[in-house]
Design a protein around this ligand. Sequence first.
Ligand SMILES: [Zn+2]
Length: 88
Amino acid sequence: MVKLNKNCLQGLRCPKCGSCEPLNVTISLTIPIYDDGFEFPRQEDHTIYWDDKNPCRCDECDYDGDVSDFNVKEENDIRRDELSDSVD
Ligand SMILES: [Zn+2]
């Protein structure tokens, strides 16, 4: 039984292998950078935004796509190994 995401990844899972997390979402984040480096902000200090167009990769099987590709509604939408490696 797969644990479905109910929080910030609600409705998202890998369309290839069905994995729910972690999903590697490429985001941009504005942080203060000083000449001698930066301190990565604590998660609670920042809200991170992304939308359906952000690149996303499954940690489990390396499936690559946009976040929208991971919006899998039904179990039947999981294509598992039927996907080829071809790009759009
Ligand atoms: Zn996957």
